[in-house]
Design a protein around this ligand. Structure first.
Ligand SMILES: Nc1ncnc2c1ncn2[C@@H]1O[C@H](COP(=O)(O)OP(=O)(O)O)[C@@H](O)[C@H]1O
Ligand SMILES: [Mg+2]
Length: 258
């Protein structure tokens, strides 16, 4: 179980300034084991910052983070990763010279048989014949790097996986597969929890619980069927597109390509 207690994250209003602004504002939240939570909310609401605080990429100004009762607030990224937290970036890193197979093996912490590599890549809609020996460098598109990153998270299979906008830059066909993959992880019932930061109705509907984050605070939280109506979902105004987006959240951009 992950527990956030009165978490605050402040940054200077401008470089060198003593004046600060709150990005995360006294936030308390519990993520139970075996749960599937979607964190949604308007752009700039603090979702990515919250994910970075949980992973240890950013340090909280005050408050506590507990994982299975242990205070991990002061632990490094590596120590948190060792305890089972995995984080998929909104904009993943690229590595010159690093081949996809190697990246999957580093994530899994062992040499992987070809069949496993094929399965991880297939789940994100990539054919391993084309992809295993490719480098994860600047020649790949944002969506391709994103899919590879999700495949590495699947290989790592962390106890608590946090995916920040996994839909970003991903085509609709792969998005379907991805949705199916998240559903399978969820249904596997291995005690693993997933947090997905997303604006996508289909991903939101998969979740057990929705957390609505606005202005660095939790403005709504609860079972999906209770919070869903508050989001005011409406069809996206693009011809031929079947996706919907939450209107109440003032989201300016839904990056999934239709
Ligand atoms: N290290 C930082 N320094 C200054 N501003 C930051 C920092 N981290 C986040 N912010 C600001 O905090 C707000 C929330 O950002 P973010 O967590 O990325 O929101 P979201 O993911 O919900 O769109 C934004 O206005 C962003 O510019
Ligand atoms: Mg974000």
């Amino acid at each position: 179980m992950l527990e956030l207690r009165n978490l605050v994250f402040e940054v200077p209003v401008s470089e060198g300034s003593k004046e600060t602004k709150r990005i995360i504002d006294d936030l308390s939240l519990v993520i139970p084991d075996d749960s599937f939570t979607v964190i949604t909310g308007p752009n700039g609401g603090g979702k990515s910052t919250l994910a970075k605080l949980i992973m240890g990429i950013e340090q909280a100004t005050s408050g506590q983070i507990l994982l299975d009762g242990e205070d991990i607030t002061e632990l490094s990224i590596t120590e948190r990763a060792q305890r089972g937290i995995g984080y998929g970036f909104q904009q993943p890193a690229r590595f010159k010279g690093m081949k996809v197979k190697k990246l999957l093996e580093i994530a899994a912490g062992e040499r992987l048989p070809m069949l496993s590599c094929n399965q991880y890549l297939a789940k994100v809609g990539l054919c391993s014949a084309d992809w295993l020996t490719r480098e994860v460098d600047k020649n790949l598109s944002g969506g391709e790097v994103k899919r590879i990153e999700i495949a590495t998270m699947l290989a790592r299979n962390p106890k608590l996986a946090i995916y920040d906008e996994p839909e970003a830059g991903i085509d609709l066909w792969s998005f379907d597969r991805l949705t199916e993959t998240f559903r399978q992880i969820h249904d596997a019932g291995e005690g693993h929890s997933i947090i997905i930061i997303s604006h996508q109705e289909r991903l939101i509907r998969l979740a057990d619980r929705i957390v609505l984050l606005e202005g660095g605070r939790v403005s709504a939280e609860g079972p999906t069927e209770e919070v869903m109506p508050q989001l005011g979902l409406a069809r996206k105004m693009v011809a031929g597109c079947a996706l919907t987006e939450p209107t109440r959240l003032h989201i300016t951009e839904i990056p999934t390509t239709c």
